[in-house]
Write a protein that binds this ligand. Structure first.
Ligand code: ADP
Ligand code: MG
Length: 863
């Protein structure tokens, strides 16, 4: 217990798994938590005593599964092993913490999603900002499986959006800033971010500038002195990750510093509403934009493509370089397919390199690495068979450089040393190829030969004793023995030495058997030790070349991601957009990449778009519900993002003047799936657009103002549209069911009205899905209601009320704005009854249930 308490003392925030014999045990509070989360039976140690200690345990061979469960539930797990053989130990067996597993640092392939990075993030706040300024933060994130380490500095207002985009599984902060999650009085500047980004936030030490430089050493880039917060955050993540590993080694070779403005700024709402990586409803990858464009055939390719999509480029030359690569592949469909097939036979070189550096690669991992390396020259040859391949695919140069120099020697070495199909565990043996090492061969000959000899002994003894059922068996307690069933016991020769009686008979040994056993076991020990030694040498050789392996892996990932974009373009008939530094967005026959695929081929109706801050800056889209407004706007935003990642787009042609930010807001009631879809959130998000959008941004507003009453809604929508037009000038798509807004075009020069056309046919409405010039002339709400199956009498009555309302509003000069007039208080047809007036005066939030009942009685008396 003293040993346990010492370990627990050093890791109060973790669940300690303490090795006792064949089990990992948990004690005290850990046991209570562990029993609940893992569905284990809670028992007590020193039963009966007053201070009995709660405990529970898991068998050591199944520990991985339980550890995975705990970390996926957000816990940190400390693995405390026996580090000496209990048989040899004098007194207490020595135990040590051998590994710490945290939600952000998981190396187990069974837990990791091969297509997702696994990030640990760290946040370091800067000093007090000057009056009116915003607090600056350093943000770093580290993927311990590949060694990817990135860091940036940003104002606190942008931190949540970046966290959402990076999606780390664990975030580190200074202890002082990370109060227990339940503390309502948390005044830390990080508190609002924590409240919205819900993963485990763990306390860690924040290094100062000098400490950060020491920690990072050579992995820090040369010109980084001006970004102390980014460096400190990076060092914080690295130090924390290092401490989890027994060797303290990490696969990080380079810190990448970046600026948020290097990529299109996408906030939390845009990432969610545009369904970039997962759907709004159900949060599934299937149905997301990523799902459509992801035809990668390797895990690193899938991870990279995801990153491309979340960080669209803003630099036109960079975008065009990617486009060139994609176009080159599109022009060579057969080559592209051949490359994709070849890629699918490679391995996850980035993670294999990481595992080698961490010392956790298995024999099977090295076997895969060897096979992948062996295939590289052919793959490179294949790509190079296309004309000018090196010009359009510069990563190929890195790949060739590695494949030509460092890697062939490594591949040859692994090929010589390892068997064709190495096992997943070293202790399973048969890792080293026969003929590679004399000691291994000799020891194997002894063990294999010994086993043959044992068979021979069995046959000899059967013949000598005349007992046909005589068997030579093995167990761990007695080693080799001869088993004789009860019926044959009288025939047992005198030279047999009895060892044990069992239910079915008796067990014996002979001197010959004992001698042989000694030799076999000795040879097995030698074999295991030598195989382990040789394997570790291979592992070290890989680790020494891990950097090149990782560079080659990164180059393959680029190739895979580009092939994926090319394959999508070819399969779905996308075009290469013209991306430039202008401000015009022009799309001819654009389609929605996801919805197009859900509909029968050829039934999606393509539409044009033109946005231009100089002339048609704000396009106001009206049209009935279900007409296709939201689809149209999202398709435009998705096409822009696809263009800026260097991909082809679903359109006949497109010109995209690069956007610096893409904003998307969906009115509260259209946005059911985000849970927090209150009007307040909608307005907060709208405020953030008005604060952050520039002339170069793309703003997509879908039914903004919908979450409140019609009067409020129209007024807010109107004012927001005016502000975007007058003060910001961002290219804007604005869908609304408030037809009043159509009049905005009369007073604002750069507002253009379009509507999604519908046709009336024998009192039915037909959705044409076509976006046409001009605002919608009427709302069709009632027609949609009829389609939805409202009773005929209700529909008839609504038409009646509607015409009365329209007559009324026209009389008062509202023009063609039937919806606005709905709530017009003095509309003659709706002369307010006293009941309505009374109802209107009630503030529901302040009424007690009793008062409500009284009111009801009162209303009944008026009616
Ligand atoms: P709104 O926002 O106007 O209420 P949506 O954009 O949600 O309408 O579209 C409603 C449905 O109409 C979509 O789910 C889709 O199935 C269909 N739709 C929209 N646009 C098109 C189109 N261009 N071609 C074919 N079907 C479409
Ligand atoms: Mg809609």
């Amino acid at each position: 217990m003293r040993q346990y308490l010492e370990v627990k003392d050093q890791h109060p925030d973790a669940i300690v798994l303490f090795r006792l014999g064949d089990f990992y045990e948990m004690f005290f509070e850990d046991a209570v938590i562990g029993a609940r989360l893992l569905d284990l039976t809670l028992t007590t140690r020193d039963k009966g005593k007053d201070d009995a200690v709660p405990m529970c345990g898991v068998p050591h061979h199944a520990a991985r599964v339980y550890i995975a469960k705990l970390t996926e539930l957000g816990h940190k797990v400390v693995l405390c092993e026996q580090t000496e053989d209990p048989k040899l130990a004098k007194g207490l067996v020595k135990r040590e913490v051998v590994r710490i597993i945290t939600p952000g640092i998981v190396l187990d392939d069974d837990v990791l999603d091969p297509k997702l990075p696994r990030y640990l993030a760290a946040l370091v706040p800067g000093g007090k900002p000057p009056a009116g300024g915003e607090l600056q933060l350093g943000l770093a994130y580290l993927d311990a499986t590949t060694g990817e380490l990135c860091a940036t500095e940003l104002p606190i207002g942008a931190a949540l959006d970046e966290l959402v985009r990076v999606a780390p599984r664990e975030v580190l902060g200074a202890a002082a800033l990370i109060a227990p999650a339940s503390d309502p009085s948390d005044k830390s500047p990080l508190a609002p971010i924590r409240a919205r980004y819900r993963v485990p936030w763990n306390a860690a030490e924040v290094p100062d500038d000098a400490g950060a430089r020491d920690e990072l050493g050579a992995i820090a880039p040369a010109d980084c002195a001006d970004r102390p917060l980014a460096l400190r955050a990076a060092a914080m993540a690295v130090a924390y990750a290092r401490a989890t590993q027994p060797t303290g080694a990490l696969p990080v070779v380079r810190l990448q510093l970046y600026q948020p403005g290097d990529a299109v700024v996408l906030d939390e709402a845009a990432i969610a509403n545009l369904e970039l990586t997962e759907t709004l409803i159900g949060r599934r990858k299937q149905g997301s934009l990523l799902d459509v464009i992801d035809l990668t055939t390797t895990a690193p390719g899938a991870r990279l493509l995801r990153r491309w999509l979340l960080y669209p480029l803003v630099s036109v030359p960079q975008i065009r370089r990617r486009q060139d690569a994609v176009a080159w592949l599109v022009e060579r469909p057969a080559l592209c397919e051949a490359i994709r097939r070849a890629l699918s036979r490679t391995a996850d070189l980035e993670r294999l390199a990481g595992k080698a550096m961490l010392g956790v690669a298995t024999p099977r991992d090295l076997g895969r690495l060897r096979d992948a390396l062996a295939g590289l020259p052919d793959l490179i040859e294949l790509v190079r068979s296309g004309q000018d391949a090196l010009d359009v695919l510069p990563p190929l140069l890195d790949l060739s450089a590695c494949a030509d120099r460092a890697l062939p020697a490594l591949a040859a070495r692994l090929a010589a040393a390892l068997v064709d199909e190495p096992p997943s565990l070293l202790k399973e043996g048969r890792v080293i190829r026969p003929g590679y090492d004399a000691t291994v061969d000799e020891a194997r000959r002894l063990t294999d030969g010994g086993k043959d000899e044992i068979l021979a002994i069995e046959q000899r003894e059967q013949a000598a004793s005349g007992i046909p059922s005589l068997k030579v068996r093995y167990n761990r307690v007695f080693g080799y023995y001869i088993e004789i069933t009860k019926t044959h016991l009288p025939k047992v020769p005198k030279r047999y030495i009895r060892k044990q009686t069992v239910a079915t008979g008796e067990r014996f040994v002979t001197t010959e058997l004992a001698e042989l056993e000694r030799r076999v076991l000795a040879a097995e020990d030698t074999l295991a030790a030598r195989e382990a030694e040789l394997f570790r040498a291979e592992l070290a050789a890989v680790a020494a070349r891990a950097r090149e392996v990782s560079v080659a892996g990164a180059a393959l990932a680029v190739l895979d991601a580009a092939c994926s974009l090319a394959a999508v373009a070819a399969q779905r008939g996308y075009c290469r957009p013209l991306v430039d530094d202008g401000l015009v967005l022009e799309i001819v026959d654009g389609r929605h990449p996801v919805i197009e695929g859900l509909l029968p081929a050829g039934t999606f109706v393509p539409n044009d778009t033109r946005l231009d801050p100089a002339a048609e800056q704000l396009v106001l889209i009206t049209g009935p519900n279900m007409a296709g407004k939201s689809t149209y706007m999202r398709q435009v935003a998705q096409i822009v993002l696809l263009a800026q990642i260097g991909g082809f787009v679903p359109a006949k042609s497109a010109t995209v003047g690069v956007c610096d930010r893409v904003f998307t807001r969906v009115g509260a009631s259209d946005n059911l799936s985000r849970g927090d879809s209150t009007f307040m959130v909608e307005m907060r998000e709208t405020a953030s657009i008005l604060g952050k959008a520039t002339r170069r941004s793309l703003v997509v507003l879908d039914e903004v103002g919908r979450g409140t009453s019609t009067f409020d809604g129209v007024s807010i929508a109107w004012a927001v549209a005016e502000f975007l037009h007058d003060a910001i000038g961002a290219r804007t798509l604005f869908a609304t069911h408030y037809h009043e807004l159509v009049a905005l075009a009369d007073s604002r020069p750069r507002v253009r009205n379009v509507s999604v056309a519908v046709r009336e046919h024998k009192n039915e409405i037909v959705f044409l899905r076509r976006v046409v010039a001009g605002g919608a002339s009427k709302s069709y709400g009632i027609d949609v209601a009829r389609l939805a199956g409202l009773p005929r009498s209700v529909i008839a009555r609504s038409r009646q009320i509607m015409s009365q309302l329209e007559a009324g509003s026209q009389a008062r000069g509202f023009g063609s704005s039937p919806q606005l007039s709905l709530l017009a208080p003095s509309a003659p047809a709706a002369a307010p009854s006293p009941v309505i007036a009374r109802l209107a005066a009630i503030d529901i939030d302040r009424v007690t249930p009793l008062e409500a009942l009284q009111l009801l009685a009162e209303l009944k008396s008026i009616a």
